[in-house]
Unconditional design. Structure first.
Length: 301
């Protein structure tokens, strides 16, 4: 009898400052949009799992919020979420963009990985497509010097796909032996309702002022096929902001901005849901929800 080849499976999470390309990298690895992306920091607010299947095994990529100095209760809870994820994964991959020098925030995060002795550590230099060769080399040297226990230091681009296969092979080799943890046809364990809410939030983030992104949350009040037309799905969603002035910004002049948000969201929702979508968006104010424990619980944080 011939022995069956060993398979490996396990969990990896990407850590780093906000907006270093963690969600884009997860989507590129999985081959499907699982996590929303935005140039606005603190876009990711949950631990989102993307599942990658290869002949040699299965990677479960856990996307987490960027680690930052929190200014609100929401910010503290996001940092706490990252800490809880780091304690459970097999590999921690630390991300730094090629075009930005390693700074105090990066050093603080790299040092904090000492607290997670069970996990193997990998360093990734992201966004190489937008950087020069000299910048990439400089960043690799800076990142390599942050810790002595990197299992690998890999430069890559999520946009062009350059060296994504190298990262995948390296991560799988670091995983424990074991069977796949999810069925092969599953790309995420996110519920459809959660994915819908995130797509709407991503559409709402586009073009908003710097102070507004943190204040936007989205809840789904109802989602169902229309009774007289199963080829149409009705979705009712609330965009939650903290102040009346923010509500006016989201709605825009005579509702123009809210219509744009609905149009952008529908374009992504219809392929996901598999039918045409009627999307009803309502903007409501929850005063200072980022700092209010009760409001945070209602919004799922």
């Amino acid at each position: 009898m011939t022995e069956s080849p060993e398979t490996r499976s396990g969990f990896v999470t990407f850590v780093g400052r906000p907006n270093v390309g963690k969600s884009t990298l997860m989507n590129a690895l999985v081959g499907e949009k699982v996590a929303i992306t935005s140039e606005k920091p603190q876009t990711t607010r949950r631990a989102i799992r993307g599942i990658l299947n290869r002949p040699g095994g299965q990677l479960i990529v856990v996307d987490t919020p960027g680690i930052h100095r929190p200014r609100t209760l929401l910010g503290q809870r996001l940092n706490d979420l990252v800490e809880s994820v780091l304690g459970d994964v097999d590999v921690i991959a630390f991300c730094v963009p090629a075009g930005e020098k390693v700074g105090p925030g990066d050093r603080r995060i790299a040092e904090s990985l000492d607290g997670y002795g069970r996990a193997k550590k990998v360093a990734i230099v992201t966004k190489t497509d937008a950087s020069s060769h000299d910048e990439i080399m400089e960043r690799l040297l800076e990142v390599d010097a942050l810790r002595e226990d990197w299992a690998a230091v890999i430069p890559l681009s999520s946009i062009t796909g350059e060296r994504l296969d190298v990262l995948t092979d390296e991560l799988l080799a670091l995983m424990p032996e074991g069977p796949a943890l999810y069925p092969e046809d599953v790309v995420t364990d996110e519920s459809l309702e959660d994915r819908v809410a995130e797509i709407i939030r991503e559409a709402a983030l586009e073009g908003v002022r710097d102070e507004l992104p943190h204040s936007i949350a989205v809840t789904i009040s109802d989602m169902a096929p229309r009774e007289d037309n199963p080829e149409l799905t009705d979705i009712w969603a609330d965009l939650v902001v903290e102040r009346d002035s923010q509500k006016a910004i989201i709605i825009g002049h005579k509702g123009s901005r809210l219509r744009d948000v609905g149009s952008r969201a529908r374009a992504q929702l219809e392929p996901l849901v598999g039918t045409r979508v009627y999307l009803s968006l309502h903007v409501r104010v929850a005063k200072e929800w980022q700092r209010d424990p009760k409001q945070l619980r209602r919004l799922g944080f």
